[in-house]
Design a protein around this ligand. Structure first.
Ligand SMILES: [Zn+2]
Length: 50
């Protein structure tokens, strides 16, 4: 299962999510500030692991 790193462009909240959570955040927005987020807020964490 792919993991993604979500970084909110508005409040800067950052967390790793799976594909299902990614879809949910795209639908409902940032869980911290509630702003809408787009696909650009997600990067593939399997290749961007630090
Ligand atoms: Zn936010």
């Amino acid at each position: 299962m792919a993991d993604f790193r979500f970084t909110c462009p508005d409040c800067g909240a950052s967390t790793v999510v799976d594909g299902g959570v990614r879809e949910r955040l795209l639908a409902v927005g940032c869980p911290v500030c509630g702003r809408p987020v787009g696909s650009a807020a997600f990067v593939d964490a399997t290749s961007a692991e630090q």
